[in-house]
Design a binder for this molecule. Structure first.
Ligand code: FES
Length: 128
């Protein structure tokens, strides 16, 4: 019975459900990512492979989050500029967001990652 529970529980944990690691931005890099949280707005340095939520956490920008695995959508974000520097929508995002939302630039902050260095503007945009 315990093994059945553990198998079920481990299937529920997607790879993206992780705590915010210590992010290492290049010191020489300019602050070219604008994050607009619930009440704070801040320019931050890009970190390749970091999610928008990790960057917000690291830089103390107030961004709602709950599950951190792509199911609750509390971290829903609107990419205003620079979508080309971000990862493509992953399975969790395409399952949680409507195709129209993705077309309009909405992403899940806990899933979308910085893939290339470039100017970005991202605004926290939860449903409520
Ligand atoms: S924190 Fe739940 S979907 Fe991102």
């Amino acid at each position: 019975m315990r093994e059945m529970f553990l198998r079920w529980f481990n299937r529920r944990k997607p790879a993206q459900a992780e705590q915010t690691p210590e992010l290492q931005a290049e010191d020489s890099q300019d602050e070219i990512i604008q994050l607009s949280g619930r009440t704070k707005e801040r320019w931050v340095k890009p970190v390749i492979g970091a999610t928008i939520l990790q960057l917000a956490d690291q830089n103390k920008v107030d961004w709602y989050s709950n599950c951190r695995r792509g199911t609750c959508a509390r971290c829903r974000s609107k990419v205003i500029e620079g979508m080309e520097y971000l990862s493509a929508p992953n399975e969790a995002e395409t399952a949680r967001l409507e195709p129209e939302e993705i077309e309009q630039g909405y992403r899940l902050g806990c899933q979308v990652k910085v893939e290339k260095i470039g100017p970005l503007k991202v605004k926290h945009a939860p449903y409520f």
